[in-house]
Structures are given as C-alpha cells and as structure tokens.
Design a protein around this ligand. Sequence first.
Ligand code: FPP
Length: 254
Amino acid sequence: MKSKQPPELPKKIPTHVAIIMDGNGRWAKQRGLPRLAGHRAGTENLRRVIGACIEFGIQYLTIYAFSTENWGRPEDEVLGLMKIVEDVVDRELQELHDQGVQLRHIGRLDQLRPSLREKVLRAVEKTQNNTRLVLNVAFNYGGRDEIVCAIQHILCEGVKPEDVNEALVSRYLFTAGTPDPDLIIRTSGELRGSNFLIWQGAYSEWYFPATYWPDFDKEELRRALFEFNRRDRRYGLVNTKGKGQEGPGSNVCQ
Ligand code: FPP
C-alpha cells in the first residue's frame, strides 16, 4: 500500500500575513560582513518570499522595512537602507508589476528624501490595479505614530465623539481597506512586537521562528502556515464558531 503524502499546503491559508524581517545584522555578523550586506541579503530574500506568497495564495503581505525608531541607527545604515529601497524600486518594479503585485506604502512619506518619495508614489500608482498580491511596505512606519496620525485626521474632520468607533478608526489608519493580519511572523527569535501593526494585530496569531530573515525561505513560510493551522482563534469567545461581537453600552468613552 502506498504511504499517504503529507499535503503540500495546510487547509487554511491566511488572507493577510505580516512580517517583521529581523536578523539581517546578525546574519551579516555571523559571516564577518557589514550590516548592509545583511540588508541586501534580506532584500533578495524578500523577492523569494513574495513569490512564495503568490504561489501559496496569500492575498496581503505586509513587511516592516523601516520603523520610525530606525532613524536612530548609524547614519551610514540609514542612508544605505534608503538607497536599497530606491534601487529595488528602480530594478524590481516592472517585475513586481508583471507578477500582479499591488504596492502600497504605509507610514509617513513626508520625512523621506524627495527622490525616494517620488519613486514610492510612482510605484504605488503604477501597480494600483494589480490584484494578485497586495504588498504593504511599512517604511518610516510606527504603530503609535499611525494612531496619532489617525486621531489628528479624525479631529481635523470634526467627527462627533459618538461617531467614533473601531471601524471608523480603522478607516483612518494607513492600512485602511486592508483586512487585519491573520498571522504576524517575526524572524530571528526575538519575541517582541516593536510598534508594528499594534491596532491591526489585536487578534493576530504570532509566530517567532529562530531563523534570521535572509534565510527565511519558502519552506519556512510553509511551516509558518502549518503552525497557523494548529491555532484555535477564539477572538475572546469560548469556541471557534463566531467572531468577536460588539459589547453593549454607550460608544462614548466616559
Ligand atoms: C531588521 O534587522 C531589519 C531592518 C530594520 C530592515 C529590513 C529591511 C530590508 C530587508 C530592506 C528591504 C526592504 C524593501 C522595501 C526593499 P536588524 O538590522 O535589526 O537585524 P539585527 O537585529 O540582527 O541587527
């Protein structure tokens, strides 16, 4: 009798996977290379993981590429990361477009140098009608900053307090229109959220592989999906039948 092959993919594929691509620096250090070599290897890996996401049928991928706190890194690393992203847009935009990837940016664009800002805007515009994979690039992004920004906009528009609810706040976030992440992966063994999708990740499943980002390959992603399938998502309830329900009472904070 033939032995049964394990399924190539688990039953449930998360709609939205988000990744904190951590460990580039340590990957480089292990090899006696400068940190930027780690970021370049991480960038190469990103291309492979995007391909795997498309193959696995994931619809949204959000990556943490540069946080609002990363400005505090040594100047050569900050400038190097900016250059890597500019080069990627120059080099890879057409291929991403051909693959059906829709690029979106989350974070603040205003503090970026004009050449990078323009390239990001051009990439977003060029790919806006693609539907195979939405790739949110969190660049100059911070979860707290995103919420501050949302509050500022809500106040500026004169929204009445009683009209403020979770759905409305979500519409003012950088991620408006993107479903909350089902699965958040942080590579390199660090067990922190680091200001990433702090609103959207309220009910995400977290997964922390020890692998450094440049080595997190398709098989690692597949393992993450199998692990996701072992989780029992209860959304604060006691079974898996339904999603969280709105609590009773007034919508206005006292
Ligand atoms: C964290 O590793 C990684 C980053 C802060 C940068 C990630 C950016 C890329 C992979 C560039 C690609 C992005 C795009 C959009 C093309 P770390 O430096 O904190 O590693 P360490 O903890 O080992 O020092």
